[in-house]
Design a protein around this ligand. Structure first.
Ligand code: SF4
Length: 924
């Protein structure tokens, strides 16, 4: 059908599409009408009327942003009537509000010859600047009521609905739910409202305060000229695996505001509170600035000490001592006597150099990182089922989903920007969502169906869904025939896994399981997303396998809007694994035990490599306990917060001969170090992070490093060369890297899936998704279009096993641990940010039914005890968790949840169970 029409604009014949707005047509001919309320990320609602144009025969002017074109329309965009209207609107705006910080409006005033004195008496909305939260100020004298912020908070970006317009006429105002006071507000402090405000009525507090500083300019005079300029540096958020693109606004060597580009994947201008307001840790006064050496080195048992127990040292002294200690262990006990932890917060380049040092110089494959403690089970399960552990589809596909399952992911707190795309899919595009979660997380408000299983019973629910799909013949026979093996065997194995059977174990009503199965299997395109809620479990591998079974049965793989998508936790947990930060694989998941691959790396690195796979994180703890491992090298990780059963982990740490820690802050693990090496943060170095959807993105240096801190890769390279020299190596494995781009090139050369990616290309294309095997390859938004890396997908029969420690009379409550919106993992960063002002205390969610008999009120401090330890936390009385279940965030060192958790592991992935253990609570 031809939808082209013809109209006349300012005397010129113009073709347009039926249904387009006048503004869209004006934009298409390069002559957009001026506007205040239109923003690329928000919907036009004809509010400001500045874009109004004259249409021949129409009595009133027509707002171009919302008026649809019609065939034969005759439009005047520059008539006297139009310009008079624009002048008057601007003059009235200027009289009612303070537009001094709205340069675009000032320009329009000049352009249309607006009189700044015309309506001086109209300024009635005088108000105090509202400074009632840690992140932004609200100055409604500057508000022009364009309502972009309301739209951004609502259906255009955030779906939080914390803003609205109240009052009428001159009394109209934007009101927020934190006018009711913290912490009741529904505002999640994402700051997306600030990002679209054109007048600074909403403004980042750091920026506001910077401008108020009386001697700001004077301070500037003392700095070198370059640092006084405002600069904008494109980088990648260092918190979660969404990998949001950010613009760091810098002045006087300070990040004073964080913006996000609206046209760039993966976040398209959206940020959460951590990315927008949580980067102030970079400038925290407790940053490590000098190498530190323990004053009483060698004393055993090793004690946890504060900074006073260390003395400052030069880089030369610290690195020489570290090299001597490492060499001593390697010579006396062999490289396998050292355990190393690389970092999901460091760059791909840092991690590549780290594992190269460990493998080629220390001579061990004992290298692992926190993926072991978050998604190792997803990796193990997906490897078995389809031969690839990565998220199969892209974040960009999320808003167009048809049906999707979210399980074990409190997405709006752990991956907040992804949750906005999920909400958009539901609210704007009619997608249907199935949430599977024991807690009433925010995503349940958007769900068609919420299956509230008992913790630890996920496999049962998914087995029953698969049983329904097979019994009701909802499976994709063609897909199975071409791409899946093991159907007959699998179908026979789940005959008895009926929804009724699942209901008795999981508590989820059988009919709800049936409905969810039908919804998922009947969808044209259906995707599954999951988080640590099901991977940090003794059933973690089975959980991933049971989800893979569903996707393979229903053919929901290999096309857009489908897939198996583990939402990765840390910013670079994907990249750290990709770069070889695992004990069994080189970069690109190339097996360390494959003789051909090993020979390739030996040739490139000029060494003989250890042919045995190394130990995982938890196996290293076991080996240290037995005295097999005698030294640790920990880069950017905090095992003394993250490992389960911390009391046991501490005992092991106390007996080590040597501990080397490299980090940006003192933390619980550094307290046990002999030597601490100060590293740079993401804002002080160049490199790449790889986000959850395999997108390799750049970080760029925006501010100078504090003190003597150095990028991780530089520290490792220097240390590696010193150890090589002490070992008497004639030929170096090669650590003379000039820049992170050179490191990337070496890794890409050795890694087939990266060979088409360079730093220059990432910069040009704002990120490239691997696999990308050649420079001409476009990158891969979704995987498995034609085949799986393992050939055919494998359906795996599974058995249900109860969790290891369930509540009993002595410990009657089930403990689950996890994250909250305002903090991040061990809290090392967010506890040193303004984010901590919003959520300063360790908490426990207690259901009212459990609180009442113990007379527990909201805000009471409670003692929580398990068989392993105890902590003190503040009570939140809420129905969010099921009766009989409590939830404790993992971010608070003073009340570390892992004092309570047990060291029970998934048999295949060796991941500990952080979601099910038994505790008792009492009032203090
Ligand atoms: Fe950063 Fe994740 Fe928030 Fe994006 S969603 S701003 S990557 S923490």
């Amino acid at each position: 059908m031809n939808d082209k029409i013809n109209l006349t604009i300012d005397g010129r014949q113009v073709d347009a599409h039926q249904g387009a707005t006048i503004q869209q047509v004006l934009e298409s001919i390069g002559n957009p009408a001026p506007t205040i309320c239109i923003h690329e990320a928000t919907t036009s609602e004809g509010i400001c009327r500045l874009c109004a144009v004259e249409v021949k025969g129409w009595r009133t002017l027509a707002p171009a942003c919302v008026t649809k074109v019609k065939a034969g329309m005759v439009i005047f965009t520059n008539s006297e009537r139009v310009n008079r209207s624009r002048r008057t609107i601007l003059e009235m705006l200027n009289s009612g509000v303070d537009i001094s910080e709205a340069p675009a409006l000032q320009t329009l005033m000049d352009k249309f010859g607006a009189d700044r004195q015309r309506f001086p008496q109209a300024k009635t909305r005088t108000q105090d600047v509202k400074d009632d939260n840690p992140f932004y100020i609200r100055d409604y004298e500057k508000c022009i009521l364009c309502q972009r912020c309301v739209q951004a908070c609502g259906d255009d970006i955030q779906f939080t609905y914390a803003l609205s317009v109240s009052g009428r006429g001159f009394e109209s105002n934007i009101s927020t739910f934190f006018d009711t006071g913290l912490p009741e507000t529904t505002c999640v402090f994402c700051g997306n409202c600030i990002a679209v405000c054109p007048t600074n009525a909403l403004q980042s507090k750091t920026e506001f305060l910077m401008k108020q500083e009386p001697d700001f300019d004077q301070i500037s005079q003392e700095k070198p000229k370059a640092s006084q300029k405002e600069t904008s540096v494109r980088s990648t958020c260092p918190y979660c695996g969404v990998g949001c693109q950010i613009d760091l606004q810098v002045k006087n060597e300070n990040i004073f505001r964080v913006d996000a580009p609206f046209s760039i994947a993966p976040n398209y201008g959206r940020l959460c509170t951590k990315g927008r307001f949580g980067l102030d840790y970079v400038h925290h006064p407790t940053r490590l600035t000098h190498p530190l050496i323990r004053k009483e080195i060698g004393a055993k048992p090793r004690q946890a000490i504060g900074l006073k127990g260390f003395r400052q040292a030069s880089w030369d002294e610290a690195l020489d001592l570290a090299a001597a200690k490492i060499t001593e262990i390697v010579i006396q006990k062999g490289g396998d006597a050292i355990g190393t932890f690389c970092s999901a917060k460091a760059t791909n380049e840092d991690n590549y150099v780290f594992q190269k040092f460990v493998r080629s110089v220390i001579g061990t494959n004992n290298v692992d990182h926190c993926a072991r403690l978050c998604h190792a089970a997803s990796v193990a399960g997906l490897q078995i089922a389809i031969g690839s552990p990565a998220m199969s589809n892209s974040i960009a596909e999320m808003k167009d989903l048809d049906v999707f399952i979210v399980v074990g992911s409190n997405t709006s707190e752990t991956h907040p920007v992804i949750s906005t795309f999920f909400k958009e899919a539901v609210v704007k595009n009619g997608a249907r969502l199935v949430v599977v979660d024991p807690r009433q997380i925010e995503m349940t408000r958007f769900a068609t169906s919420w299956l509230r299983q008992k913790p630890g019973t996920d496999v049962v629910v998914f087995q029953a869904m698969a049983q329904v799909i097979i019994q009701e013949k909802l499976y994709d026979a063609d897909f199975i025939q071409k791409r899946v093996e093991g159907f007959e065997n699998y179908a026979a194995s789940i005959q008895d896994s009926t929804p009724e059977w699942a209901e008795t174990i999981s508590g989820v009503p059988a009919e709800e399981i049936r409905e969810a199965a039908r919804l998922y299997a009947n969808a044209e395109r259906a995707a599954i997303y999951w988080g640590m809620g099901i991977s940090q479990s003794v059933h973690g591998t089975d959980n991933a396998l049971s989800l893979a079974n569903l996707a393979l049965l229903s053919g929901n793989l290999g096309k857009a809007g489908t897939g198996l998508n583990p939402l990765r936790g840390q910013n670079n947990v994907q990249g750290c694994s990709d770069s070889g930060g695992l004990p069994n694989v080189f970069p690109g998941y190339q097996s360390v035990t494959d003789p051909e691959i090993k020979a390739k790396f030996e040739h490139e690195w000029c060494v003989t490599l250890n042919p045995e796979a190394g130990l995982t994180t938890m196996e290293m703890v076991d080996a240290a306990e037995k005295g097999i491992i005698q030294g640790y090298y920990v880069m950017g990780e905090d095992p003394m917060m993250n490992e389960p059963d911390l009391r046991h982990a501490r005992q092991v740490m106390e007996e080590l001969d040597f501990v080397l820690v490299q980090d940006i802050f003192m933390n619980e693990t550094a307290a046990y170090a002999d030597i601490i090496l100060p590293a740079t943060s993401f804002a002080e170095k160049d490199g790449t992070f790889t986000n959850s959807d395999r997108r390799v993105q750049l970080i760029r240096q925006a501010v100078p490093a504090p003190g003597l801190a150095l990028p991780d890769w530089k520290i490792i390279a220097d240390l590696a060369q010193r150890v090589e020299a002490r070992l008497g190596r004639e030929k170096s494995a090669g650590f003379d890297f000039g820049s992170p781009a050179v490191i990337w090139d070496e890794m890409a050369h050795l890694t087939p899936t990266f060979q088409g990616i360079t730093h220059a290309r990432i910069a040009r294309e704002s990120g490239v998704q691997w696999p990308c095997p050649t420079p001409a390859h476009p990158g891969t938004p979704f995987l498995f279009a034609d085949t799986f890396p393992s050939g055919k997908g494998k359906l795996t029969p599974l058995d249900y096993r109860p969790s290891q420690e369930l509540p009993d009379d002595e410990y009657p409550l089930l403990l689950s641990t996890g994250r909250v919106l305002y903090h991040w993992h061990g809290g090392t960063l967010t506890r040193r940010s303004k984010l901590d002002d919003i959520y300063p205390d360790p908490t426990i969610e207690v259901h009212p039914q459990d609180a009442k008999p113990l007379n527990i009120q909201a805000g009471d401090w409670l003692k929580v005890r398990s068989r392993r330890g105890e902590i003190k936390v503040k009570a939140l009385i809420t129905e969010r968790s099921r009766p009989g279940m409590v939830f404790i965030p993992i971010h608070f060192a003073e009340a570390a949840a892992n004092e309570l958790t047990l060291d029970a592991r998934d048999p295949q992935a060796k991941i500990p169970d952080y979601k099910v253990s038994a505790v008792v609570i009492e009032r203090l």
